[in-house]
Every structure is written in C-alpha cells, then in structure tokens.
Design a protein around this ligand. Structure first.
Ligand SMILES: Cc1ncc(COP(=O)(O)O)c(C=O)c1O
Length: 391
C-alpha cells in the first residue's frame, strides 16, 4: 500500500462542516461526527501536489479550460465504465445538487411531477419542492435481503404530469449498485412513459468488490438520448469542497436547454482549483482510489461484524457501494427523536437521522465509515453506549 489511511488528521480546526456543525448549532462538544458524506482521509498525494504547485504560483485568475481537462473525463469514463462520451456533451456545474436543480427547473414545469425513490439523499426532495414541482415518490422495497425498485408501483404512479425521474445510482443511503437488469427495467418504464432521467452517479467510483457501476446512459442509444448523467470526482477523491462536477448530456435538445440555464444563471465558470483537482484525479488518482476502496471495504466489514456481535439491536446489510451504512434501529421500539438524543447526548456520536431521507427513513440512521479505523472503533463504541442507554 502506498497510502496510509490509518493516519489521524485533526479536522477540528479546519473549517469542516462535518466536524463543526454540531458544536456551532447545538452547542454539543466532544461529539464524534460520523454523518455528512466526506472522508476523514487526506486526498491523493497527486492532487495535493498539483494544488500546492498552483498555490505557489500565487496568481489565481480565471482559468482557461483546455482539451486536456475534457480528455481526463472522457478517458476516466471510457476506462472505468466503457462508455464513450464526446467533449461537446460535457457541461460543468458547481456541484451535483446544482446539477439536479437545473434539470428540475428546465425540464419540468411548476406543478408537474418528478419521480424519486425513497429513502433517498434529502436534496432530491428539496430541489423539487423549492421549485414548486411535485415529488412523485415510489419507495424502494426491501425484499428481505436488500432494497430493490418497485416497478409495479412505478408503472401505477406515473401519470401524465410525471415528466422526470431523479435516479440515485449507486444509491445513497441504501448502498445499492443497480445491476444492468434493474436499470434496463427502469429504463424501459421511462422510455414507455416518455420520462427524462437525471441520473445522479456521484457515487459511481465507490463500488465494493463484486459490484460494477453501469452508467444508465451507457446501456442503449435510447437511454443515452433521454438521460442527463451527473458525475464528479468530489466523493471519490474527497474534494467536495472544491465544488466541481459535470453534467453529461448526449441529446442536443436537452443539452441546449440545460446549457442555456447555466448561461442565464452565470454559473458556468469553473474554479481554478476545482478544474485542476478534477484533471489530476482522473489522470493520476487510480491507485489512490483502489487503495482507499480496499480500506473502506475492510472498515465496512469491521463495522458490520462489530454491530452484529455487540449491538444486535441494530440491523445492517453490507452495501454494494458508497462508504455509508444504513442502520436500522427499529427493533429498539424508540422514536427517531429518542434515538437521536441518545446518540448525541449519551453516546456522543453524530449520525444522519434517516427521516430527511423521506418515507422509510424513520428509525434509520446513516453511518459514514470513511475514516481511520481508530475513529471507526471509537464511533462504534459510542453507538453501542447510546443503544445500551436506551434499554
Ligand atoms: C447522491 C448524492 N448527490 C449529490 C451529493 C452532493 O453533491 P454536491 O456536493 O456536488 O452538490 C451527494 C453528497 O453526499 C450525494 O450523496
């Protein structure tokens, strides 16, 4: 291993939202943050070195984005996902959530509906509701083994007002890496009902052994024509604070609409650091990613083993991707408020409450395990203490 992911990096004084929010907003001190999806690992040496060189240059004017930037994206996607994309399909967005927001505003009229599958990353609801569009939720179902899509209910709930689907692939928080068969079934429903899809694939690089991410748009020309794919190096390389992501839109009509919205909002300029980090990550980050995923997988196995042995009240399944565990506390028969209070006040640990993830989130909490093993062990001890305090 070239990288040392056991290294403890103090983030308390680094203006990290993960490490400061609880103290700032709730006055709680000494609470271990295991919530928001960023990693407590340093990014790759290659990215850090490239940024250092840029900082030392000392001038941070508007960047010129040349072909090498686009090529890094095109090659990454071709090499990892065998999907050949063209330079002109790529638009920049200052974040994937902004990318979702643009899609909702441009492709759906006020009062029309957007399909989502709960439980899902909370901004999926926000971008629909804040824009006065309507959420058409078709919850995922648990088949005893894993969460799966409810195709029957999807067909039932799609009506003439349903124009767009926001797909989370791989899925946050349930950790599914959708298979080709699942994506084809979903795609067929969207094609038959003339629904455009925004596929949020921000977690695409974070797949665990035995699972392969398939970009929805890579499956067929028909899907390519109706899919807006959102990708970014932000989750993959722990550079979310650089706010750099891309929308890949093969369909010219859709792309023109989307790109006009970017123009109108004047948000098409990319940050000099974000552009450099993206290009460096995609050109040189492969080894770091391989190693970090090995570490993450061993953390996931460790956490699940610990929970099964010491906190059997919590039910957990191994995810197929992401570094997030979706923990089911419902056997405790306590409200989410009671569990949340026990975690923060008694255990001194902070997880994401499942409720903002929509229907199906009550009684669940999301645990981020992308941290050095020592922090993970400490966090699991704290969760155990919180659960015992509820009994
Ligand atoms: C599914 C999903 N989409 C988007 C984001 C955030 O994207 P950004 O920070 O680029 O807006 C996250 C962050 O956790 C996420 O899980």
């Amino acid at each position: 291993m070239k990288y040392n992911f056991d290294e403890l990096v103090d983030r308390r004084n680094s203006d990290s939202v993960k490490w400061r929010e609880l103290e700032e907003f709730q006055g709680e001190k000494d609470v271990l943050p295991m919530w928001v999806a960023d990693m407590d690992f340093k990014s790759s040496d290659e990215i850090i070195e490239a940024l250092k060189t840029r900082v030392e240059h000392g001038i941070f004017g508007y960047p010129y984005i040349d072909d090498s930037f686009y090529e890094s994206i095109i090659n990454w996607i071709k090499n990892r996902y065998n999907w050949e994309i063209k330079k002109e399909w790529i638009l920049f967005t200052p974040g994937v959530v902004m990318g979702l927001n643009i899609g909702v505003r441009e492709l759906v009229e006020e009062g029309e509906k957007v399909l989502v599958q709960s439980p899902v990353y909370p901004p999926f609801y926000r971008v629909v509701n804040n824009n006065k569009r309507i959420v058409n939720n078709v919850p995922l179902i648990h088949n005893g083994e894993k969460f799966v899509m409810d195709y029957e209910n999807l067909e039932k709930k799609i009506d003439d007002d349903t124009k767009l689907m926001m797909l989370c692939s791989p899925h946050n928080p349930v950790g599914r890496v959708w298979t080709k068969e699942e994506l084809i079934k979903l795609g067929d429903i969207c094609i038959n009902n003339n629904i455009i899809i925004i596929s949020d694939e921000i977690h695409c690089d974070l797949t665990l052994k035995g699972h392969k991410h398939i970009p929805l748009a890579s499956i067929s020309k028909e899907l390519e024509e109706r899919t807006i794919t959102l990708m970014a190096p932000s989750k993959t390389f722990n550079i979310a604070g650089l706010h750099t992501s891309v929308a890949i839109i093969p369909n010219e009509n859709l792309r023109n609409k989307y790109s006009r919205a970017i123009e109108i909002m004047e948000i098409g300029n990319i940050s000099i650091f974000g552009a450099l980090a993206l290009e460096t990550a995609y050109n040189h980050g492969g080894q770091w990613l391989k190693e970090v995923m090995e570490y993450i997988e061993s953390n996931i196995d460790f956490a699940i083993d610990y929970i099964n042995k010491n906190i059997p009240e919590i039910k957990v399944h191994k995810p197929e991707g992401t570094y997030l565990l979706w923990l089911d506390f419902r056997s405790l028969n306590k409200s989410s408020d009671e569990i949340s209070e026990a975690l923060i006040k008694n255990g001194k640990v902070y997880l994401n409450d499942g409720r903002p993830y929509g229907p199906g989130g009550e009684g669940y909490f999301r645990l981020n395990i992308a941290c050095p093993r020592a922090i993970l062990e400490d966090g699991l001890n704290r969760i155990e203490k919180a659960v015992k305090s509820l009994q």
